[in-house]
Design a protein around this ligand. Structure first.
Ligand SMILES: Nc1ncnc2c1ncn2[C@@H]1O[C@H](COP(=O)(O)OP(=O)(O)OP(=O)(O)O)[C@@H](O)[C@H]1O
Ligand SMILES: N[C@@H](CCO)C(=O)O
Length: 308
């Protein structure tokens, strides 16, 4: 079958919550999964890189499921898909691997569908939120930078802000994994009003700290709504966050964990983080990815996912 030319899509890792902004703030990081997709007769999946041994090779693969959800949304019935995935984002570690797969699959449908010209970022985000279950990671993956997301009657919405260039993210990745589904089940259905008020103030401060005042990152990353509640299920993560914060670093649980994100206030703080992190963790200096997901048609030019 001769279909549209192959499309290559690059999607960044993301860190959600950033301390107090549970389910709303996200930060895109310069670590990427890439997929090459083309319309085909039937469905085929090839995977290389991180997780290649565990991930499915059939229609249950998350990129394919998101692709099919987007095809339904677009009213398109393709005969099949050839997917080749190259993964660099660790899965189940709190670095937005599932969001990256979801965004890649939805962008694949928009890029390959013959009836579509351009990509409607608002529709992509709204569907990605439905498939993923929360908007923070998919928003940052799609749009890049620091994203703030919320929901209204039309679904998820988001805006992206430029991060102060002095902010230097460092990610500490353990060998252990924790499913986001399991981590969400650990949270209580209600929270004390005082804790909600505490987090509202810190989340507001967080936006200022990340965009203009990195010296405020330590107080701006305090949280009372999710990290302590999940801590007993990732004790090494909770201990590392505590040790790093005691040493003056703005450390938080990355997404649902168990990775730890450290937000440095100036370039050059990464070596100081290394001195606190025990053996057994992989420490990655990951700059902010400002542009978000990228779609490239064949050997041609590369576009941001967001249409103008
Ligand atoms: N690149 C991928 N290809 C296919 N499936 C993936 C991919 N990445 C993640 N998944 C699926 O998503 C699951 C992990 O999602 P989960 O939400 O638990 O963790 P995460 O997205 O890495 O972390 P977080 O949501 O806290 O940032 C994997 O077990 C796998 O089923
Ligand atoms: N806000 C989500 C992020 C998951 O990466 C959670 O903490 O459950």
């Amino acid at each position: 079958m001769t279909g549209p030319a192959p499309v290559r899509i690059r999607v960044p890792a993301t860190s959600a919550n950033l301390g107090p902004a549970f389910d709303s703030a996200g930060l895109a990081l310069a670590l990427y999964d890439e997929v090459e997709v083309s319309v085909a007769d039937g469905w085929s999946v090839e995977v290389e890189g991180i997780g290649a041994e565990e991930l499915p090779r059939d229609e249950s693969h998350l990129v394919v499921r998101a692709f099919q959800a987007a095809c339904d949304d677009l009213g398109w019935l393709p005969p099949g898909l050839r997917l080749h995935a190259r993964n660099a984002i660790p899965q189940g570690r709190g670095l937005g691997s599932s969001a990256a797969a979801v965004v890649a699959g939805i962008l694949a449908a928009w890029a390959l569908c013959p009836a579509v010209t351009g990509i409607d970022d608002e529709r992509v985000l709204a569907l990605a939120d439905v498939v993923e279950g929360h908007p923070d990671n998919v928003a940052a993956c799609l749009l890049g930078g620091l994203t703030l997301s919320w929901s209204d009657a039309d679904g998820a919405r988001a805006t992206s802000l430029a991060v102060d260039t002095r902010v230097t993210p460092v990610v500490c990745v353990p060998t252990a994994t924790l499913s986001t589904h399991v981590a969400r089940a650990l949270l209580p259905p209600t929270v004390p009003h005082g804790d909600a008020a505490f987090n509202a103030g810190r989340a507001a401060l967080l936006v200022h700290a990340l965009t203009a005042a990195p010296e405020l990152l330590l107080p701006a990353t305090e949280d009372r709504l999710h990290q302590d509640q999940r801590g007993p299920h990732m004790p090494a993560t909770a201990a590392l966050v505590g040790d790093l914060r005691d040493a003056g670093h703005a450390a938080v649980v990355s997404g649902a964990g168990p990775s730890v994100l450290v937000l440095g206030a100036e370039p050059g703080h990464a070596p100081l983080v290394h001195t606190v992190v025990p053996d057994g963790w992989t420490v990655l200096d990951l700059p902010v990815e400002a542009g978000g997901a990228r779609v490239r048609h064949g050997a041609g030019h590369e576009n941001g996912a967001v249409s103008s």
